[in-house]
Write a protein that binds this ligand. Sequence first.
Ligand SMILES: [Zn+2]
Length: 149
Amino acid sequence: MPLAVTHVLITIILVDLYRDYVAKHKKYFTLHTVFIAGFAGLLPDMDIPLNWLLNIFGASIMHRTITHTPLFGFIFLMPAFVFLYYKKHKIAVYFFVTTFGVLFHILLDFLFTGDGSGIMFFYPLSTTMLDLNLLSSFATPDIAAGVVT
Ligand SMILES: [Zn+2]
């Protein structure tokens, strides 16, 4: 599991690089957009504080389940297209970068998770959890400690 700061920073850097070098309509990519992307890069891990809250009421939610599925990421794509249809481009871009942030978080967890609880890519069709645990095979312990918990 990459650290929270890794999720936020890599997402912010990628969206900012896209904003600076690729985006044609830069007025839709403000610093707010980059901030929202960074926040969205951490959004799937909201199941951890949500679990703390649910524990107060005697319920629980497992980490890396429904919030770590592509389905959760694509939920934000629907309002993006609705706002795009109604010519609310700036708000649509907020939802597009949120989708990117969530899906990129899921990709990072998929690549670097190795504790046996991977990502359910095909949820709700299948609950098979997949992970690659790439850092265990080639990274030194110092690099792994900097990126992975
Ligand atoms: Zn995660």
